[in-house]
Write a protein that binds this ligand. Structure first.
Ligand SMILES: [Zn+2]
Ligand SMILES: [Zn+2]
Ligand SMILES: [Zn+2]
Length: 174
């Protein structure tokens, strides 16, 4: 199931509620508030989700949010993933084996559809007799914004270096 952005909040809550019941969980306002917060803040760490949940339920404890997050991951209502050097991030887009592109400069995360469509989308030459379930795919790179600012910095530095080396360039020829 892929919970997209184009579904109304009411329909989303209906979908979440029926999944919770199917998994033997009670539908509580705490669980729905956590799901709503993650839906609004995709690819966010637990800390940011606590903050968002508290806008709706000011008295909820940090511990409760963490426990609910872990449980929602267990019952496949949320997906948790951990890019290198960052805390775990949560999202409501589940069950479609999509991957992530991660900017090593600013930590921005983007969804990338799986080119193959289902796990495991990478099949090694030798998998030692294992029944393969999944392959972790993380694209790492430098996002467009960071590329632009790096190019800008480089250009500024090159101009400064050129001006220092060749001061005559800026003199008016006689
Ligand atoms: Zn970036
Ligand atoms: Zn994602
Ligand atoms: Zn894939």
């Amino acid at each position: 199931m892929y919970v997209g952005q184009d579904i109304s909040p009411e329909a989303l809550k209906e979908t979440w509620s029926s999944t919770l019941r199917n998994k033997g969980r009670r539908v509580t306002k705490q669980r729905l508030a956590v799901l709503t917060a993650v839906q609004k803040h995709q690819h966010s760490p637990a800390e940011a989700i606590v903050e968002a949940v508290r806008e709706e339920l000011p008295s909820i404890t940090v511990q409760s949010v963490y426990v609910i997050l872990a449980d929602l991951v267990d019952i496949d209502l949320l997906r948790r993933f951990e890019p290198p050097g960052t805390p775990a991030l949560y999202e409501t887009r589940i069950g479609d084996n999509h991957h992530h592109a991660f900017c090593i400069r600013c930590g921005k995360v983007e969804d990338v559809d799986c080119a193959v469509g289902s796990a495991p989308c990478l099949v090694p030459n030798n998998f030692h007799g294992m029944a393969l379930l999944s392959a972790d795919v993380l694209y790492q790179g430098i996002c467009a914004d960071c590329q632009t600012s790096e190019e800008h910095e480089l250009a500024t530095r090159q101009q400064a270096a050129a001006a220092a080396e060749h001061p005559h360039v800026f003199k008016v020829a006689s």
